[in-house]
Structures are given as structure tokens and as C-alpha cells.
Design a protein. Structure first.
Lengths: 311, 347
């Protein structure tokens, strides 16, 4: 298990290096730069920036300076926002995005497994039909549409109640988190429901479930110990990519609900060609995703003993 | 065998809903299982032998499956009505079962010891630690070396033969009265097959359990069985002691099976004879005797269902050839000793 974990982490670091390199060269192939914009920067700032990033040196030297800073954990200073380092931006705003993302993921995973198992148990009866219909809706509806509709719903609810039961936007209390997290996790949950359903239907007909029945185990035990655990394996496999879906989808939901998460900075930085913020947030998100995928792999190893063995 | 049977099945009928009709998998099977006895059910694929026992164990999916006739009594308890006695499942406790493919019959994400232990926890109320300790003893009884270490391993770390031993250990955990073995050695190679059969015999001698052995291998039958039921097209066509079936075959199908079995007896150097044709479509079974479309002795009467003709005590055959007015008396078949000549059936 330790060897397995170590191998995953080393591979993860290589992946992060690859992301950093690709981002760096992609950014430098974009025409124009922030220093040559209309709002001319002063000579001193320009000189300082050139000294720090080696902007007057060849691309390859810049690349090594960038990698050196990255290795020290220094993501640089924003080109457009005064006196803010990329590290500060991430430190302030990422916890908000992460809280939202984790809530959304928990909502999606628990909901997906629950609804999937339920539809499999009630296969071809009305609960199955109704849930699968909603699932198709959940997969097809874009998150900004669902977000807008849910805000409309919140407003109506508040008007009906006469007080503010749930806030329409912003950040701060648990009430601010619930609806955005549900909206953010919705399509992932719908996808996981489908996956769990088919996986569960496969497991129900396996020989080992027949063995469990022939042993005379109570149905609840057969369900939890022999069916659910095995049916969850494919769901856990896609949780890694699902985290990617939720973090990228987060940009849109954060903007609709006016949540001060990291997503907004990421999008704005691209519009303003803020090199350091773009590269910093991209590498950071990349590293975060790699970390999540490794975590999923480790969880997978815990649940399925066959994965643990090193070939 | 005068004592009352442990398990008594009468006229069991099972069918499955299929596209545009029902497949009649079991068409009136009656059988008795006696204490300490090994009953073999033989027949080719699709004759209904597995469905018979799986329907008794409640393992056929319903729907599409349906038990639509007959009765099954286990120690005075109506088995078809409920699998519970005093709130406890009889399966795994009074009757247990092992299956054809040990590779897929165990949960891949649970270690072997826990899978055996959970039977004991559920039926005997043991704690996990006690049940696990007992599981190691059971693995040891099933001749798995280093049982303590092996109990913590997972199915993918076992070979097929070892998994079948683990399945056997699991099935005898609660000392059942009946062990149903559904083709237990079909997926294993021949040397392992012999070891597994020996193990079953040994455990039977120790615990006195009855074994219901389902197989299509007459070699396995000869080695293990006390009594044999020959099934064809969802019906029992002949039943008797293992000697009755092998030396006094009274049904043309049994004879056909025997002729298709290889032998190393130099006197039987004739080439193997296959039974012509293929098993009937149970969607629309043949009228009368299910075997008549393939039978070399078929006659007009075979369009009616034949009764079971008792030949000797415990030996019976469902074939019109045993009717006293039938003109044919094929030499290779056995007829009731008082009527037939004293001939050697293998001659």
C-alpha cells in the first residue's frame, strides 16, 4: 500500500511539472503583454519586474526562473492588482471555492450512490422511471440555468415566508452554501446516479451475491456488504474527473451567486492578461486536481484489495 | 432408508417467463434426501437439474422465474412457503450450497475469513473474533495450508481449487444437514477435482450430512453417489442406486449417457456413441416422453407421458418399454428381474 501511494505521488509531481510547463509556454505564445498596454507602467516598476522575472532574458531562462520560484512556492505578484501576490489571492479566496466544491462533491457522491442504488432496487417500477427522468434533466440543464432558476425559487420562497429564509447570493453562513453547492453538484450527481444504477444492476446478478443469499444472510446485510461496496467501485473511479468537473463548473456558479471564490479571479485574469495570476491559479488548480485524483486512487485501494498489489 | 427423509420434494414445477411464453424448466420433479446419503442428479446442460435445487434455495429470480406447482418439505417445514424457521433463515444453517465457479462465487472485496465468519455471526450469533477463529479452523478442516494467514487473504489471491475448499469451509460452518453441491468440480482440473470430491466425502463421514450432488459427469457420480436421479427435459427419467444406474440402466437415455462416457476398460473398446439430436426446447416441450424425438426405440405410445415403472426396490424408469404389453425388449436395457432374462447388461 505504501509503495502504491508513493508511486502515485511521484507520478502526480511529474503531472504538475507538465501542467506548469505547458501553461508557461502557452502564455508566452499569446501576443501582447501587460507592460506594453495603454496604462504605461513606470520605469521603476518595469525594471523591478524585469529583474524578478528576467523578462529581458531569453524565454528558456525565464522558464527556469519561473520553475525556481514555483519550487519555492512563490507564484509571483499580480500584474494588474496593486500589491497583491498570487499566493495571497489563492489563500484568501480558495478556501471559499474549496468549501463550496467539497459540499457539492459530497452532495453529488452521496446522492448519486443513494439514488442509483434505489433505482436499481426498483428497476422498471415508478420510482426508477421518475428518478431516471430527473437524471436526464439534471445532466442536460446547464448549471447557469439551474442556478438562475434556483435563485428565482429562493426569492419566491422568501416572499411567501415574509422573511429571508435563504439568501439569494453572497457568502458567509451555512445558508449561503446550501443552494449553490446543490446546483454545482447537480449534474455530477445525475451522472453518478446513472453509473451507480447500471453498476448495481450488474452486481445484483453476480455469483457472489447468490452465494450470500444461499448463506442465508439478511437482505440488508447482503445489500450493504456484498452489493453496495462492489457497486461503488466504478463510481469512485470517476470521482477524480468529477472533482475536475465540479471545480471548473464552480466558476459559473460562483459568479451567479456572487460568491467571492477563486474562479472569478481566474476568469478575470485571462481577460486582463495577468500572467502571474493565470499561471499561478492554473498550476494551483492543476496541483489540487492531481492531489484529489491521488486521494481517489488511495481510497480505491482501500476498498478494492486487488488494486493494492504492485505488479 | 426407511427413516423419514430430511428433504422431500413432490411434483415440483418451475418455469421462466421468456419473450412470448414460458420456458418449462422443471416439469414435475419428486425426490427424497435421506440423512447421510449422497444423492446425485445427472443430466445434460439445460435439463433442469440446477433450477431444481436453486428453486428450493430461493435462488431463482422471481420474476421471471416462478414455482407453479408441487411441494417441498424440509424436516417438516414447508420450504416453498418460507425460508425461515423461528425467524432464522434455514439457508446456510440447515441447508447450504456450493457452486460451479468458485472464482466468481466469493465477494472480491472481502477477505476469505470474514466471508466464512459472517455466516457464523448471522446464524450462531458469535462475535466477529470468535467467528473468525472458527473460520480458520474450518479452513484447516478443508485442508487449506496456513489457514491463519490465508483467512486474511482475498479471493484473487487464491487458486480455483483453494477457493472451492474455502466455499466448502463456508458451507459446513453451521454443520448443515444437507449440502447441495451444484457442479462443484466442473470448473476445476481433474486432479483438483478428485481432491475436492475426496474432501467432500471425508467431511460427510465426519459430520453425517447429506449431499445433493449435481453433475453431468458420470465419473463423479460413480465415485460419490449412493442414489442417482437421471433428469431429462425437466423430468426424472430414471432413478436408482448407483449400481442400478451403471449396471442395470433401464431407460434409453441413461444408456445413451453411459455409452457416451469414455472408459478405460479394454473390454469396452467400442468407440463413444453420441446421442443423436439435441435436447428439446423447453419453451415447447415434446408431447409425452421428452426423450422420444431422440430415442431409437420410440414408438406410438411415446406421445403419451409414461408412468414410472418400478423395476426393483428403489429403482424405477419412466419408459413405455417397461409396459408388459410392449413387444420390444432391447438387449442393452435392463428389465425387471422376474420378467427379463438373466443377461449381462454390459455384454
Amino acid at each position: 500500500m505504501w509503495k502504491y501511494t508513493f508511486k502515485r505521488i511521484v507520478l502526480g509531481l511529474v503531472t504538475i511539472w507538465f501542467i506548469a510547463t505547458a501553461t508557461f509556454f502557452a502564455m508566452h505564445s499569446v501576443p501582447g503583454d501587460p507592460l506594453s498596454s495603454d496604462k504605461a507602467t513606470s520605469e521603476r516598476i518595469r525594471a523591478n519586474l524585469e529583474a524578478k522575472y528576467g523578462l529581458d532574458q531569453p524565454l528558456l531562462s525565464q522558464y527556469f526562473i519561473y520553475l525556481g520560484n514555483l519550487a519555492k512556492g512563490d507564484l509571483g505578484i499580480s500584474f494588474t492588482q496593486e500589491n497583491r501576490s498570487v499566493n495571497d489571492i489563492i489563500r484568501e479566496h480558495f478556501p471559499i471555492s474549496a468549501t463550496l466544491g467539497i459540499l457539492a462533491l459530497a452532495f453529488a457522491a452521496l446522492g448519486g450512490i443513494l439514488w442509483g442504488a434505489l433505482t436499481a432496487l426498483y428497476r422498471n417500477r415508478w420510482p426508477d422511471t421518475v428518478i431516471m427522468l430527473l437524471v436526464i434533466l439534471g445532466i442536460s440543464a446547464p448549471s447557469f440555468v439551474v442556478a438562475a432558476f434556483s435563485q428565482y425559487g429562493i426569492v419566491n420562497l422568501n416572499m411567501w415566508a415574509g422573511t429571508n429564509i435563504l439568501p439569494v447570493g453572497g457568502w458567509g453562513s451555512v445558508g449561503h452554501m446550501l443552494i449553490p453547492a446543490a446546483v454545482l453538484g447537480l449534474s455530477t450527481m445525475a451522472y453518478l446516479t446513472r453509473l451507480m444504477r447500471s453498476s448495481m444492476l450488474e452486481v445484483v446478478n453476480t455469483d457472489y451475491v447468490r452465494t450470500a443469499t444461499a448463506k442465508g444472510l439478511p437482505p440488508a446485510l447482503i445489500f450493504t456488504r456484498h452489493q453496495l461496496r462492489n457497486a461503488m467501485l466504478p463510481v469512485i473511479t470517476v470521482l477524480g474527473p468529477a472533482i475536475a468537473g465540479i471545480t471548473t463548473g464552480g466558476f459559473v456558479v460562483e459568479i451567479v451567486f456572487a460568491i467571492p471564490g477563486l474562479g472569478r479571479f481566474f476568469v478575470e485574469a485571462v481577460q486582463q492578461l495577468d500572467y502571474t495570476v493565470i499561471m499561478g491559479t492554473t498550476v494551483f488548480y492543476g496541483a489540487f486536481l492531481v492531489g484529489m485524483v491521488i486521494l481517489v486512487d488511495i481510497v480505491y485501494g482501500v476498498i478494492d484489495p486487488r488494486v493494492r498489489v504492485d505488479q | 432408508m426407511s427413516s423419514s427423509p430430511l428433504l422431500s420434494v413432490r411434483d415440483l414445477r418451475v418455469d421462466f417467463a421468456a419473450h412470448g411464453g414460458r420456458v418449462q424448466a422443471v416439469r414435475g420433479v419428486s425426490l427424497d434426501v435421506h440423512r447421510g446419503q449422497t444423492l446425485a442428479i445427472v443430466g445434460e446442460s439445460g435439463c433442469g437439474k440446477s433450477v431444481t435445487v436453486q428453486s428450493l434455495m430461493g435462488l431463482i429470480p422471481t420474476p421471471p422465474g416462478r414455482i407453479h406447482g408441487g411441494s417441498a418439505t424440509l424436516m417438516g417445514h414447508d420450504l416453498l412457503a418460507s425460508k425461515m424457521i423461528d425467524g432464522q433463515d434455514i439457508r446456510g444453517r440447515l441447508v447450504s450450497m456450493i457452486f460451479q465457479d468458485p472464482m466468481s462465487s466469493l465477494n472480491p472485496t472481502m477477505n476469505i475469513g470474514d466471508q466464512i465468519a459472517e455466516t457464523l455471526q448471522v446464524h450462531k450469533g458469535l462475535s466477529h473474533a470468535d467467528a473468525f477463529r472458527r473460520a480458520i479452523e474450518l479452513l484447516d478442516m478443508s485442508k487449506i495450508p496456513e489457514a491463519g494467514r490465508r483467512a486474511k487473504q482475498y479471493p484473487f489471491e487464491f487458486s480455483g481449487g483453494m477457493l472451492q475448499r474455502a466455499m466448502i469451509a463456508m458451507s459446513i460452518a453451521c454443520e448443515p444437514a444437507i449440502l447441495i453441491a451444484d457442479e462443484p468440480t466442473t470448473a476445476l482440473d481433474v486432479t483438483i477435482q478428485a481432491q475436492i470430491l475426496d474432501l467432500l466425502k471425508e467431511l460427510q463421514a465426519e459430520t453425517g450430512m447429506a449431499i445433493v450432488l449435481i453433475t453431468h459427469d458420470l465419473g463423479v457420480v460413480a465415485r460419490m453417489a449412493d442414489r442417482v436421479l437421471v433428469m431429462y427435459a425437466g423430468e426424472i427419467v430414471e432413478q436408482g442406486s448407483v449400481d442400478d444406474i451403471f449396471y442395470r440402466s433401464a431407460h434409453p437415455y441413461t444408456l445413451g449417457l453411459r455409452r457416451a462416457m469414455p472408459s478405460n476398460d479394454p473390454q469396452m473398446s467400442q468407440s463413444l456413441l453420441a446421442i443423436e439430436g439435441s435436447p428439446p426446447d423447453l419453451f415447447d416441450p415434446p408431447k409425452g416422453c421428452g426423450y422420444h424425438p431422440r430415442c431409437e426405440h420410440a414408438m406410438q405410445a411415446c406421445l403419451e407421458s409414461p408412468p414410472a415403472y418400478g423395476l426393483d426396490p428403489g429403482h424405477s424408469s419412466r419408459c413405455w418399454l417397461h409396459h408388459e404389453q410392449t413387444s420390444q425388449r432391447p438387449d442393452a436395457l435392463y428389465f425387471q428381474s422376474s420378467q427379463g432374462a438373466d443377461h449381462d447388461p454390459l455384454g
